[in-house]
Ligand binder design. Structure first.
Ligand code: FAD
Ligand code: EPU
Length: 345
């Protein structure tokens, strides 16, 4: 395993933001991970973990050791008539896992097709799309504690998964490196097409023709149409979480903005698409000096190739202030900010 000093991370985040790691290594086995942690412990270095860098805003250089996950392997560890238990290593690309399992007749992840990133990052924000989230299938995960290098198992309840949230973003932030996840998948084809856009896209098909592979293809098609490809337009997907407000505030806002899209939740709260708030405040397509609100999806910020993290965070800050002033809703960022913002020139 090679530990590189002063390594550029610009090619390791989908926003293509500049920043350097004081030390960087890619680990491809449990042994290499332990060596990397020992290196950091001996030098008292902070440790950060990177997957594909598709949910971070790099706001400058990173002190200490940045470990990129390269652990591979997918194994069916148990199977019965109804369910299969599958363990996938943290360095497997999520989108490949979805297609691989579909081919093997393990169903359920189709709605999560084409989400960028690696398996190890999936529990961090409980990835979700088109009516399904990781929480629906996660059984347990294995993680290594950064401070002690001890291996620990977490069952689903211990992970504290919620909408774009987990214990690894809260009380255990930066404390563990996830090395594998175990999922329980259906052995019989079953589909979930409750998400409105998916239902509409599949409306022409008779119910018995809507099988998991069709759902996977349809979700992939919708995603390609709606979301910019980071390879040509650097971005980190949704930049803000969709805010959840109480029913009374939602009614008040509906009176003021009759067109506002609102999604009632099972607990009575109401989720508002942040994209609607941002578009209706006139931000969609608005360009700053080095970055912009995407012209086709108001929840995606993109940069033109020469932005620094600070430029993106400045634009985000303006949007948050404006949305707060107009609607009394404070948007929360979805991606994690890593690194210190450079001082203004
Ligand atoms: P990174 O960005 O590398 O890391 C994200 C965070 O997780 C960091 O804090 C990092 O330190 C931590 N981390 C990463 N790996 C580990 C590990 N093994 N152990 C401990 N901590 C770790 N997300 C959705 O939920 N739904 C979507 O539909 C969706 N669509 C997207 C579309 C686009 C175009 C893009 C660019 C992003 C999208 N995302 C979506 C966000 C992103 O794909 C997910 O959050 C994904 O899980 C991030 O994986 P990653 O490997 O890139 O993680
Ligand atoms: N909308 C607008 N303007 C836009 C885009 C959307 O007003 O420019 C409104 C429309 O009313 C639309 C609604 O927002 O119906 C929702 O849009 P969309 O279906 O694109 O979903 P989203 O709320 O923007 C969320 C997730 C996505 C996930 C999709 C599909 C969050 C923060 N984002 O986006 O996840 O893929 O639903 O389930 O929850 C991500 O996390 O990075 C991500 C892309």
């Amino acid at each position: 395993m090679n530990i590189i000093a002063n390594h550029s991370l610009q090619g390791s985040n989908t926003f293509a933001l500049p920043g350097r790691a004081e030390y960087f290594c890619r680990v491809e086995s449990a042994g290499e991970l332990h060596q990397a942690l020992a290196f950091a412990r001996q030098r008292r270095l902070p440790v950060s973990v990177l997957g594909e860098g598709s949910n971070i805003v790099l706001a400058g250089d990173l002190k200490g050791l940045v470990i990129q996950m390269g652990l591979r392997g997918v194994q069916v560890v148990a199977q019965g008539r109804a369910r299969a238990l599958v363990t996938a290593a943290a360095g497997e690309p999520w989108r490949d896992l979805v297609t691989k399992l579909l081919e093997q007749g393990c169903y359920g992840l189709e709605n999560l097709a084409l989400i960028p990133g690696l398996v190890g990052a999936a529990p961090i924000q409980n990835i979700g799309a088109y009516g399904v989230e990781l929480n629906d299938f996660l059984v347990s995960l294995e993680a290594v504690e950064i401070s002690s290098a001890e291996v620990r198992q977490f069952n689903r309840e211990q992970c504290g998964l919620a909408y774009r949230d987990s214990i690894f973003k809260g009380a255990l932030r930066d404390a563990y490196i996830i090395t594998s996840v175990t999922l329980s998948l259906h052995r019989e084809p079953r589909v979930n097409i409750s998400y409105p856009a998916l239902k509409v896209a599949l409306a022409e098909y008779p119910e018995d023709k809507i099988r998991p592979d069709l759902v996977c293809e349809t979700v992939s098609r919708i995603r390609r149409q709606r979301l910019p490809d980071p390879a040509s337009e650097p971005n980190a997907g949704s930049f803000f979480k969709n805010p959840v407000i109480n029913a009374k505030r939602a009614r008040d806002l509906r009176e003021r903005y009759p067109d506002m899209v609102q999604y009632p939740q099972v607990d009575g709260a109401v989720k508002i698409p942040a994209a609607w708030l941002i578009e209706n405040a006139g931000w969609k397509g608005r360009r700053g000096p080095h970055c912009a609100v995407h012209a086709d999806h108001a929840l995606v910020l993109t940069q033109f190739g020469d932005a620094r993290g600070r430029d993106v965070l400045d634009l985000a800050g303006e949007i948050v202030a404006d949305i707060d002033q107009r609607y009394g809703i404070r948007l929360e960022m979805e991606p994690r900010v890593l690194g210190d913002c450079e001082k203004p020139d």
